[in-house]
Design a protein around this ligand. Sequence first.
Ligand SMILES: [Zn+2]
Length: 468
Amino acid sequence: MTITLKFCGGARTVTGSTHLLSADRSNVLLDCGLFHGRRDEFYSVNSSFSFNPQNLCACILSHAHIDHCGNLPTLIKKGYRKHIFATPPTKELCRYMLPDSGYVQEEDVKFVNKINRGRGVALRYPLYTKQEAQNTLKYIRSLEYHSRFTLSKEIDLTFFNSGHILGASVPVLDVKTGQGSMIRIAYAVDLGRYRMPLLRDPESPKDIDYLIIESTYGGRSHASIEVAEEELGSAINRTVKRGGKVIIPSFALERTQLMVFFINRLIKRKKIKKLPIYVDSPLAVNLTEVFRQNWEYFDESYKKAFLDEKDRLGFDDVTYVTSVDESKRLNEEKRPMVIISASGMCENGRILHHLRNNIENPHNTIVVVGFMAKETLGRRIVERERVVKIFGRPYHLNAEVITLNAFSSHADKDGLVDYIKSLGSVRKVFIVHGEEEQSEALRDNLKKLNIKAHIPAKEETVFLGKKR
Ligand SMILES: [Zn+2]
């Protein structure tokens, strides 16, 4: 009997993380993420699996980002009926992330069908609906960090903290190979950074034989977070002086809560004057509530800050906008303010309305705080294209644009190498979740340290050991 690992998604690309560990009759799925691509590709890649979901004995979810959890409803639709294991905060975050994903797909399909109506094009259907996403939630079972759980006769699971976002984990799988020996596999996809506010540092489990690791920033370094905070403060001050608005496109999960925290800290440290801060994303409002409820998972120093009534991490000093009318009213207000809104890459959501209304005014500033993939409006703004299209109409990009990548929740090239070194002697590292040049840069850095590394292709299967 052999122990194998199959890379079913998120290999040599960033999205769609899905990997299959097999030992004897135990097949365990690691993540089931959505692949992001153009509409047709999105549907064809996400709607089928190269394994039978009914043959799985467990599914393990590392964290609540959609490129890791977003295809779980398809797994259920295809007949998976066992547990999906996740930490308690991840389970809570999924209560909002998955139905939101279903809703976004339903809306997209409605939009496309409306355009195609009368052209004789077949109707499209969403990959899954909001209701189907909700049906998935009952299969998620929470398991605390550091508590070892027996998934099957062959495989045990333990979650360690990955420091990436609230609730994120490095799942460690102990595969029994007979006569008291075993193979230990760690899954660090995604991996966070050391010394980030709110979050605990990534933990290094011991005696790891094989490591699967992300490489989003395999060849790039982040500036220090302190410098980014200073730059954010200066940008807000400049904009206020001009009488403009600060628009921050942000992912609803984690980045929004971090931005609120940093702006609040700048006010407390008197680096900027108090000004109205709006979080305009119904999803972000719900996710912030999960942060409030799960304060015990914060880093020790922030746990204390959160419990101090006078310092609620800034979450209380913000106006959370849920209704469309309130959102539209923000456009009529002329005073300086900060608007944080989704989506993070400016592809859909309310951020599009704020950009449309503010992008042509040179008094305003767009602050980019996250990764912008190629071909997105966000990337065009980062590259300062003179004219950009929003809702199909051209707009002049006259607003100031600043990019602060240092707020990333992914380890950079040194962070990844330091983490791998902290695990001791690993037999082999499998590099996934990165654009090819980033994965190659990490592999080359590991080679210099005589650490064996491999960049698997999608659907490649590797042999990890034999059961005696
Ligand atoms: Zn992530």
